[in-house]
Every structure is written in C-alpha cells, then in structure tokens.
Design a protein around this ligand. Structure first.
Ligand code: GLA
Length: 736
C-alpha cells in the first residue's frame, strides 16, 4: 500500500541519492511529469514531490534530501479501499469520504451537506513553484494550493485559497495552510517551544506516539504558550550536527493550530493553519478565503543546520528589507529605568548617558501620553502629556538627535484603558459580546481591528505621531490577549470571522504605516514574547522575546528562540542588577555577554551607573559593534546548550564570509573548583589560520595567539571561568 510505498521509497532513495546532492546549492528546479503525474520541487539540498493518483487525489510522494534529476519517482498509489483516503498521505485532505485523520479543510454547506472530497483539476508551473487547482467531487468548491521553494535553503512556502463558485453561501469551519506528510515511522522526536509570560521559548521534546500533539493559540494573538513552529527529527539519535530534521513555521499572528499526528499505520502528518476552535468563516458565492503561509524545510545535518537555514531564509525572505536587512542599531529603552514616571528631564538625562556609552537609538517607553501615570488610565489617548512634556516631544527628540542617536517611541495601539477618552467616546469599538461583562487584563480592553473605523482611527493617530515628530522606530506593544471574542456589529453568521479579520486589520495597519513611512522601523512586543511569528516578522524589524531580562534566564530563552527564529530579530537588553524578575545579581560583563548574543540593547537606569560601569559599557558596546553583523547575520552554532540544568553553555557565530568567528561561554555555578569545559568551535576552515582576541574574560594560560582552524575546532577554547555567573567571549579572525 501507499504507506509501504512512501516509507520504503523515501528511505531507499535517501540511501542512494542524497549523499551526492548534499552541499550542492543549485537553483530551484520545478518539474511536472505528465506520465507519472508527479510534481517535483527542489531547492538547496531539499526536494519535495507530490503527485496525482488515478482518482485525482493529491498525495505526497517524497520530502527529504535532494535527489538526482534522473531519479524517477513513481505515481502515487491508486486508492481502492472503502476508507481509502485515511490511509493515504494526502496533500490537503478535505473532511469527507472516509477521512478519520486530521483534515485540512472542513466545510458545511447551506443544505447541511458536509462532505468534501478534493480532486485535481489543473496546475500552473512557476519558475519557483507551482499552483495546483483542486475541486470537490460534485460541488463548485475550488481550492488552489500554492507552493514556492527557495533555491538556497529548500524551504517551501505553502498556502491555500478556498473559493466558493457555488450559488449559495457555505461556511468554512477549518482551513489549514498545508499538511506535511513524513515517511511512516514510530521513531520521530518532536521539538517545540512552550512557555508563559517571562518564561517564553522553552524547548520541549517528546517522542511522537500514536495520537496527536496539538500546539495552538486560542487567544486571538500568537500567544506566549507555544510558538507556531515544530521540528521533527527522524529519531532520538539526531543531534545539533547530524541527522534528518523536518521543520515548519506558521506565519500567523492570530489564533492558530499545528497538529502533529501519528495514525494507526504510523504515518505522521502535520497540519497547520487557522485554529478551528470557535472558527467559522462563511464564504458567499464568488468569495475566497486565503490561509496563512506554512513554511517547511528539511535538513540532513541536525538541529544546528535547521536553525541556520531558517535564519538565512528569514533574513532573505521574511524580514522587511530582505535579502539584506540592516543590522540592528544598539538601542536604549527607558522602561526598566523610569517605568511610567517619564519626564523630559529624566529622559534627557538618560539620553546623555546612553549616547556616552555608544547607544545609537534612544527609545522612550510607556508613560509619555495623556493621563498615563500608571497602567490604569490613558491607554488609547495618544497625545503627549503636557505636564511631562510641556513643549511636546520635539525638545527631547532634538536633544536625542544632537547626541547622535535616532528616536523611538513606545505605543500600544490595539488597546484601551476603561479610563480613557477613546473608550468613553467609543465603548463599542472593543471586542465584546453585547450585554455581557468584558474581562479586563492590566485594566485594558482590546480594540476590534476588524472594524474599519478603528483601523482608520489608528492609522490617523500613528501617522500623525510619526509625521509630526521625527520618529525612527516604534515599539508596538500588545499587553493582553482577547477575551469574550464578540463582534456584535457584524451579522451573526459572520461574527467568528473576527479571528481572521482582526489579524488582517492589524497587518494592513502595519503595512500602510510602513508604506507611508518607509524608513520607520517597528518592534513587535506583546507583554514580552507574546507575538513572535513569521507573519508579524514580515512587517516588523525586530521582536522582543521576553520581559524577563535576567541574563541567566535569557540564555535559555535565547537558546529556544534560536531554534525557530533569526538572532537578527532577537532583541536583548542589558538591565540593572539585581534583576527585577528574580533579584539575581550578576556582573555587568555577564549581562553584556548574555545580551551580545542577539541584537543588543540597554534597559538600565544609566544615571545610577558608576564611572567603572560606564567604562565597561563603552568597551562592550564598541566590541559589540565589531561583531554585530556576525552575531546577527552569521551562522549560529549552539556548542553547548544551557538546557537541562547544565552548568556551562557556549555559542558561536561565524560571519557569512568566514573571516570572523565569535565564541561565547557562560558558567552558571562552579563546584569543587572544577575547570569549565572547553568550547569546541565549528564551521572554521581547518587549513586556515586564525588569531584569537579576547572580547571579555580570559583564556587559560598557554592558549596560542594564533592557530589553525583545525586546532581551534579540535583542541578547543579553554576559558577561565570561576565562581558563579561567570562569562567570557573571544573573537577568532581568519588570517588573509
Ligand atoms: C510590556 C512590555 C514592557 C514595557 C511595558 C510598558 O510589559 O513588554 O517592555 O514596554 O509593557 O507598559
């Protein structure tokens, strides 16, 4: 049967074909074989193939390492069983026929019929992909599956468009972007990112066993609880360096769901898209529903290569200004220093200190507008507090410019306090159910961005703010999730469209603002890392992973983050010690080195820093500017993970041209005077020579000043780390 075919076929070809292809990075190749009806998409070292069987069903044929062009892939098996489609690796299963497995699309028709069986109609090849049109057995329901493959990384972008060409409205009750089928096996290991506020992106791992694992958000936004991302390793032997890993990321900032399912025949499929929970999207005749994009890739070289492929892809194809987004400037943010107590004088004082240590962007956080003295009032009233800033923001902005920095401002456009002018004027603008209490979180409600009036209002407010003031950057916050998700203004049958229309409204607002102000940069923050996904990353320049700024906790958060997202977008601030989250005390050097593994920022009360602190900060920021393009845009190697209570961790970044490598090492706690383990760098040229230079800390005595890449990779770097929370970093420069 198909199961055997898929498994045997994939494994057999892997053994025979892949080794020849690894390392080759040819252009994308798209083909369709009219005899076998098989489509093949290859890019980088990856290949994806699917085909049309004799009944017109679309089935996955292969997903793995790149194959030889001459390899012939068989036609998918004809299905001939009663519950035929349950057993077959369907590319995009409609809920109908005998389907018991997870469906990609479920529809209820006006006459009560809910049977949907999709069959191939036609296709259009593009130079980087293919669009395949499917149609229901009898009804004029059309689904176009979109596939695009990246020539360098082999990462696929998949999505679907559902179209109603019938004469009556029908309701879409589940719409996925894609289903991914893997060769049948009981050995898979799933990795995913779970967490909570101030504890985001914790890497979790479990064996894939019969049944489903559901990763999701029901909260209206991406959420802190799970990242819309998965990695599936072929077995438990897969490491950072070796073994086959399939991975995927859903580009959606609203409620989402990814289901990883092993069926009774050990077939594994991953389905992801809009969360079907509380979901209903009526489509009138002629209307369409577009799904988000589900990105997916595969590597033969372990989790490390997976993350490097994702990072490269995100910088080239997701982040604005790709393929070469600008490295992030060193930023200062006032939140932890002044919280809501901002004033012209204290911000100017902080700006002077920030400029003196080498900061390039000064960002004033919450507290600058209307009656905002705490989190109970003023949110939504986006005019400057004249008591705090009698002449508006201009004097502060001019001062920041005179100090050689650009200026950024905190906003939280989607939310309002109950105690605000805007809420008093437009109580019906919030998401709510009529006549029912609306829950508050942080004393605030969520505006309904599906309402055109709200969108227009927010555009006008933000546009005026950015036009009237020389603002280079907005930190766009969203400090709560939805509750009581009602949209009473919409017809009853359409109210659940909120889950889609809100996010579209949010994206449209970001897009419009960027179009009008092309130089404006934006950070996505949501009470820390509550809105990090490839959807929002396409419209913002950076993200805030967590409100937890403790440098030791951050090692874990950053480690998890790096599995799914590029460090270019990962902001990391140096804040005061003891840290506000856990009162842990750490040295300033340790805090800098923790943050220098991402896009560096400062969030401390600099007016309280000693002359020695200032000198340390100036030194570290100078060092950071020398390595930042390597850290943000180079290749990351997670040498030793900070997970599992490990006492030691180490990361390495290698620049795109291979000329610079940076190694960081962190000791949590030393016992019995044991020396810290060595860091074994990777990705160096074994034959080239590299000189070593300390960024911070020391290497053990006897370390040579220059040595071959082979030496550094095999003998390693022995940092002298002692006591608790000790850290060091070194730069390796390749000799010309
Ligand atoms: C959220 C953010 C913080 C800060 C505050 C301001 O908690 O994550 O960084 O901006 O809001 O109210």
């Amino acid at each position: 049967m198909n199961l055997v075919c898929l498994r045997g076929f994939a494994l057999g070809l892997l053994a025979a074909g892949v080794s020849a292809a690894v390392g080759q990075s040819a252009a994308a190749r798209i083909s369709y074989n009219p005899e076998s009806h098989v489509f093949r998409l290859s890019g980088g070292d990856a290949e994806y193939a699917f085909g049309v069987n004799s009944k017109g069903a679309l089935q996955t044929v292969y997903w793995g390492g790149r194959l030889a062009e001459a390899d012939s892939l068989p036609q998918p098996n004809p299905v001939d069983r009663a519950f035929e489609i349950d057993d077959t690796p369907q590319e995009f299963a409609g809920w109908g026929g005998g389907l018991l497995a997870e469906s990609a699309l479920k529809i209820t028709f006006a006459d009560g019929d809910r049977d949907l069986v999709l069959r191939y109609q036609s296709h259009t090849l593009r130079k980087d992909g293919v669009d395949v049109l499917l149609r229901d057995l009898s009804r004029e329901v059309y689904v176009t599956l979109h596939y695009t493959i990246d020539a360098d990384t082999g990462i696929l972008a998949r999505s679907a468009t559902v179209e109603n060409r019938t004469k009556a409205t029908f309701t879409v009750e589940q719409a996925s972007a894609a289903q991914w089928n893997l060769p049948a096996s009981a050995e898979y290991q799933l990795r995913y990112l779970a967490g909570r506020w101030a504890g985001e992106d914790q890497l979790e791992s479990r064996s894939v066993t019969p049944g489903s694992t559901v990763l999701e958000s029901r909260r209206g936004t991406t959420g802190h609880e799970f990242a819309p991302w998965f990695a599936l390793a072929r077995n438990s032997a897969v490491t950072e360096r070796d073994g086959e890993v399939w991975f995927g990321s859903l580009a959606w900032s609203g409620s989402w769901r990814i289901t990883v399912e092993q069926d009774p025949m050990q077939q594994v499929r991953i389905t992801g898209g809009y969360n079907p929970f509380d979901f209903a999207y009526p489509l009138k005749p002629g209307e369409r529903l577009e799904t988000p994009i589900f990105y997916g890739g595969v590597t033969q070289h372990g989790y490390g290569d997976m993350s490097r492929l994702e990072s490269l892809y995100q910088r080239r194809h997701i982040l604005p200004h790709g393929p070469n987004p600008k490295p992030r400037p060193v930023l200062y943010n006032s939140w932890e220093a002044t919280e809501f107590r901002v004033s012209e004088a204290n911000q100017m004082a902080l700006a002077e200190k920030a400029a003196a240590v080498g900061v390039e962007r000064f960002v004033m956080d919450d507290g600058w507008f209307s009656t905002r003295k705490n989190d109970r009032a003023g949110l939504g009233d986006w005019w400057v507090d004249k008591q705090k800033f009698p002449q508006g923001l201009k004097p502060l902005i001019e001062k920041v410019h005179d100090l050689g920095m650009d200026f950024g401002l905190w906003v939280e456009p989607e939310m309002v306090n109950e105690n605000s002018e805007i809420y008093r004027q437009h109580p019906d603008w919030i998401i709510h159910f009529e006549g029912r209490p609306s829950s508050q979180a942080r004393h605030q409600f969520v505006l309904n961005l599906a309402l055109p009036a709200v969108q227009e209002h927010l555009f006008q407010v933000l546009d005026t703010l950015v036009t009237d003031n020389d603002i280079a950057f907005l930190k766009w916050d969203a400090n709560r999730n939805w509750s009581e998700p009602g949209w009473p203004q919409a017809p009853v049958a359409e109210q659940k469209k909120l889950y889609v229309e809100y996010v579209r409204g949010y994206y449209a607002l970001l897009r419009k603002l960027r179009e009008k102000h092309p130089k404006l940069e934006i950070e996505s923050c949501s009470g820390g890392g509550g809105r990090v996904d490839l959807g929002v990353m396409a419209l913002t320049d950076e993200v805030w992973p967590s409100d937890n700024t403790d440098p030791f906790d951050r090692l874990l958060i950053q480690d998890g983050f790096s599995y799914a997202y590029t460090t270019q977008a990962m902001m990391a601030w140096v804040t005061d010690s003891p840290n506000w989250v856990n009162h842990r005390s750490t040295s300033l050097e340790y805090r800098f080195l923790s943050s220098m593994q991402g896009s560096l920022g400062l969030g401390a009360d600099l007016t309280k820093w000693s002359a020695e602190d200032v000198a340390t900060a100036r030194h570290m920021i100078t060092e950071y500017k020398n390595i930042r393009s390597t850290v943000q845009q180079g290749r990351l190697y997670r040498l030793v993970s900070p997970r599992s209570g490990s006492d030691f961790s180490s990361t390495e970044y290698v620049s795109g041209d291979g000329k610079q490598a940076v190694v960081f090492a962190f000791l949590h706690s030393q016992q019995m005077g044991y020396p810290a383990p060595q860091s074994l760098p990777e990705g160096l040229d074994p034959a080239a020579f590299y000189t070593i230079r300390m960024i911070s800390g020391k290497l053990t005595k006897g370390t040579p000043a220059r040595a071959s890449g082979a030496f550094w990779m095999q003998a390693g770097l022995h940092f002298e780390l002692n006591g608790d929370y000790s850290a060091a970093a070194a730069e390796l420069s390749r000799e010309p």
